[in-house]
Design a protein. Structure first.
Length: 254
């Protein structure tokens, strides 16, 4: 049974999934800032016994650091790119502008979800990726992640505090009775409404274009406990896309 390690280097969190066959048998993650300052933390997780490595990265410094630390890695290393994308069509105007994590999401959607599909990745940036049967990766939407709105308030005002999102914190009423809760209410309620409005707009457009209602899949590591209209949770979709890209490459070589 073939083993492969799939590494997703994100702005805030880096995640590695260990695959045996087509199943994820283990997942580990660290903060990306720790990966940059001490790449040995991730190297300790990557084992030569766990097979080749396929990765995506949106943080060039972290990518450079990890590749330098892997100079004695005995397996093969592959990066998802517009030319290493499991053969899916890409109809985006400038392929070089697409983040490799978004390509991985599109690969997973193309092969595992009913099409058309929209992948909503909730991270430091929130991205929507539109995937269709004929167009493959067609395009998307980019906006700040929920934590980004809170950081903006803290960094651009004199008095508003630094507030971190937490899955454990929920508001019983639709407004805050202190500054921290007021900020959390603004983000959680406002962000949800904004995402749902984008979902409705895409649902209507894609249904008109393709004749059936699109699939909406949520993934990503944002610490905000929200459910969105018409969506399903696919937490490890990016890792699955990396695995599928690797498998496609191996079959082409065989």
């Amino acid at each position: 049974m073939r083993k492969v390690q799939c590494l997703d280097i994100g702005n805030t969190t880096t995640k590695i999934g260990f695959f045996e066959g087509d199943k994820i048998c283990k997942i580990k993650q660290i903060k990306t800032k720790n990966l940059i300052s001490d790449s040995e933390k991730m190297i300790d997780l990557i084992s030569k016994e766990n097979g080749d490595l396929c990765y995506c990265s949106v943080v060039p410094n972290a990518e450079k650091s990890i590749l330098k630390a892997l100079n004695r890695f005995e397996g093969s290393i592959h990066a998802v790119t517009p030319s290493f994308c499991a053969g899916i069509p890409i109809s985006y105007q400038n392929k070089k502008e697409i983040g490799s994590d978004r390509i991985a999401n599109a690969i997973a959607a193309y092969f595992t979800l009913p099409l058309p599909a929209v992948v909503i990745d909730l991270g430091t940036a929130t991205t929507f990726d539109i995937v269709t049967k004929d167009g493959g990766y067609e395009g998307g939407i980019i906006l700040p992640g929920p934590q980004g709105f809170l950081d903006f308030l803290n960094e651009n005002t004199a008095l508003l505090p630094k507030v971190e999102l937490s899955n454990e914190r929920s508001l019983d009423i639709p407004y805050g009775k202190n500054t921290k809760d007021a900020m959390l209410a603004g983000v959680s309620l406002g962000f949800k409404s904004m995402i749902n409005a984008l979902i409705e707009n895409l649902k209507n457009y894609l249904k008109k274009q393709h004749g059936n209602t699109p699939t909406f899949a949520i993934c990503g590591g944002s610490s905000i406990n929200l459910d969105f209209n018409h969506s399903i949770l696919k937490e490890n979709l990016t890792l699955i896309g990396l695995y599928l890209a690797y498998e496609f490459h191996c079959k082409e070589k065989d």
